[in-house]
Ligand binder design. Structure first.
Ligand SMILES: [Zn+2]
Length: 284
């Protein structure tokens, strides 16, 4: 294994997602003001990217640009410097509405480049929609995070880079442990890393997320292998079998501990922006 000591680790907090409810865990932030408060705590705990979905008044997932705008503005005010990443995923079949917030020019947006199964449905990402979302991100200067639910998604990102649909080094996130998609399999994980290094270079940054009890497993694999780590209530609402996570910040704190264990400093927002090739916010 390559030596990862001293290499800054970016922590991304996925605060809400499109599935978890207050019934699953009362700490899941649903309203925009709850989301801002929860993100602020996570930011103070060490997260430098906020991965965001928004909900409507009934708590159901929505892509309403107006909600995203309020959340983005609140995060920029209360978590200055933090990287705001808006989700274009989540709702199957919603088509171009999934990218309706991109004109807000967030720092980043998630981009799924292929389809796969989810626990109870197909996660549809048809080629024409993928092309359109990528073009919108290029137009508005939004850096995509490629959500790799499968090996083919990493190779698709390489193909899109060659065609000029993605500029710079793609930032790939390995997602493992979604029921009916790629499980948390260590050999596959290692092959994902090799594939990213082969296609995008040894220094290409990558991130990993695990769902449910796999969250802490993927956090450990990513931090110990030199990658960046995603945590948060979107992916997992529990600390362990018996305890709910009291907050997004508590899940961030688990990753901070892993960083200490493997002697990696937690990247602050300036370092995170530098690693990802993002500009500094206007106010900084
Ligand atoms: Zn998400």
């Amino acid at each position: 294994m390559t030596d990862v000591k001293g290499k800054p680790c970016i922590i991304c907090v996925a605060i809400t997602g499109s599935l978890p409810t207050k019934e699953n865990n009362p700490a899941v932030p649903i309203t925009v003001s709850e989301q801002i408060e929860s993100t602020h705590e996570a930011f103070e705990a060490g997260a430098s990217i906020a991965h965001c979905h928004v909900r409507d008044d009934d708590g159901k997932p929505t892509s309403e640009p107006e909600r995203f705008a309020r959340l983005k503005e609140g995060l920029e005010t209360h978590c200055p410097g933090m990287i705001v990443q808006l989700s274009t995923g989540g709702r199957s079949g919603a088509g171009k509405a999934r990218g309706g917030m991109l004109p807000l020019r967030p720092d980043m947006a998630s981009l799924s480049v292929g389809s796969n199964n989810f626990p109870t449905r197909v996660y549809e990402n048809p080629p024409d929609l993928v092309d359109w979302l990528a073009a919108e991100m290029l137009q508005y200067g939004v850096k995509p995070e490629i959500e790799a639910f499968d090996l083919s998604h990493i190779l698709k990102a390489h193909d899109m880079q060659k065609k000029g649909q993605l500029v710079g080094t793609p930032y790939v996130q390995f997602v493992m442990g979604v029921k009916n998609a790629m499980p948390a399999d260590r050999d596959v994980f290692d092959y994902y890393i090799r594939t990213v290094e082969r296609l995008f270079g040894k220094e290409a940054p990558w991130c990993a997320a695990g769902i449910g009890p796999n969250q802490i497993v993927l956090n450990d694999w990513a931090v110990s292998s030199g990658g960046h780590a995603r945590t948060g209530l979107e992916d997992n609402v529990r600390l362990d079998r018996d305890r709910l996570a009291p907050s997004n910040a508590a899940l961030v704190a688990r990753v901070v501990k892993l960083c200490q264990k493997y002697e990696r400093p937690v990247a602050d927002w300036r370092q995170a922006r530098q690693i990802l090739g993002l500009s500094l916010p206007k106010a900084a």
